[in-house]
Design a protein around this ligand. Structure first.
Ligand code: ZN
Length: 375
């Protein structure tokens, strides 16, 4: 085991205590008061390390920037990227308390991603104890779980000043793979406007918006391509008023994903060219790309090679993978900034009542992160 791992292990109980405090400070997306309170609790942990907190006002909660005691002249350090919000509403803690059992720790957001913040804290704590001043900035946004609409510009601004971005999202699978590629995500709403009519008296005078969208849904689903990794998911459908009325209106929510920007753009183009099968129905498409793909490339792979070397120095094995889920790493990678994701804790059941994290991964991941920041 390398020096970073040993120092991190010595500080593990302290990191566990902070991790627990952050999980117990519930911070659902959209609840500004709760997120701000959690943000202050996180800032309180970094204060004793000499890290300076800056809160950037956000409608859904303030985003937190943490900077080292001395700014590295000219920037060019690493941006550590994470989020304060979770998907769990206030009160979840009552049914899903912080709970430790063997190597597993349970609680709302324990893995996604309060564990990632704990990894960052422990890595920076270990480096600070060793007298090293990491060239890094930590950004924790308040609205990641709802698409990062309010924080994207801030994330991009800080990323442009950075040499590379390390994202503190959970690792993939129980072996803790890092994520070197993520699919891009586009969200669309397809709206159909037909003509209402009495189903008994006037049926043939109507134009059925639901039937139109049902046909379109079958067409959209056929664009999914397993080999190319393109998915077009018809996720929500609404329409109609009563069973004896030909429905005039219906709406379909679509989530499209692809590994490359070109494939995602092709889906969007096809969608905008859709024609109604029923001449009496008008189709309208709204929406577009929410997160561009984080395409696998040499810069990200070089960053992964550094992570693997840091892991090897700590006696750990590390692999990489691609995932269909999105994160704020999609934004930074799309700017051409080398980005490596999945630096957070290992665990499972994210966004579910059984969300858990592997306790041992806290020290392991902190050792990898510290090794990368020190190197
Ligand atoms: Zn997350």
């Amino acid at each position: 085991m390398n020096g970073e791992w040993r120092v991190a292990a010595a500080r593990e109980p302290e990191a566990m205590a902070w991790w627990r405090r952050w999980v117990e400070r519930e911070s659902p997306s959209g609840d500004k008061a709760a997120i701000d309170s959690c943000g202050r609790e996180v800032a309180a942990a970094f204060g004793p390390l000499g890290w300076r907190a800056e809160f950037v006002a956000g409608a859904e909660g303030d985003h937190l920037i943490l900077r080292p005691p001395e700014e590295i002249a000219g920037g060019g350090g690493m941006l550590l990227l994470g989020h304060l919000d979770t998907v769990y509403p206030i009160g979840t803690l009552a049914r899903m308390p912080w709970w430790e059992e063997g190597d597993r720790v349970y609680g709302p957001g324990v893995m996604d991603m309060k564990g990632g913040i704990a990894v960052a804290w422990l890595a920076l704590r270990a480096l600070t104890a060793g007298g090293a001043l990491p060239a890094a900035t930590l950004l924790l946004v308040a609205d990641e779980e709802t698409g990062s609409g309010g924080s994207r510009a801030l994330t991009e601004r800080l990323a442009r000043k950075a040499r590379a971005v390390l994202v503190l999202e959970p690792a993939a699978g129980e072996t803790g793979k890092l994520k070197t590629a993520r699919k891009g995500i586009a969200n669309f709403t397809l709206r159909a406007e037909g003509r209402a009519a009495h189903a008994g008296v006037d049926y043939f005078a109507g134009s059925n918006a639901i039937v139109e969208l049902a046909r379109q849904a079958v067409e959209l689903a056929s664009w999914s391509d397993e080999r190319r990794g393109i998915t077009v998911n018809c996720g929500v459908i609404h329409g109609g008023t009563r069973s004896n009325v030909v429905p005039a209106e219906a709406e379909l929510a679509v989530d499209a994903r692809a590994w490359t920007a070109a494939d995602l753009a092709a889906v969007e183009t096809r969608l905008r060219r859709l024609r109604a099968v029923d001449a009496g129905v008008r189709l309208a498409v709204t929406g577009g790309v929410n997160r561009p793909p984080m395409e696998r490339g040499p810069a990200g792979m070089a960053l992964f090679a550094r992570a693997r070397a840091a892991a090897q120095a700590a006696g750990l094995a590390l692999e990489e993978c691609a995932t269909g889920g999105g994160s704020d790493g999609n934004f930074t990678a799309a700017l051409g900034i080398p980005t490596l994701d999945g630096m957070g804790v290992v665990g499972g059941g994210a966004h579910s009542p059984g969300e858990w994290a592997a306790r041992h991964s806290l020290v392991d991941r902190a050792a990898v992160l510290a090794g990368m920041l020190a190197g």
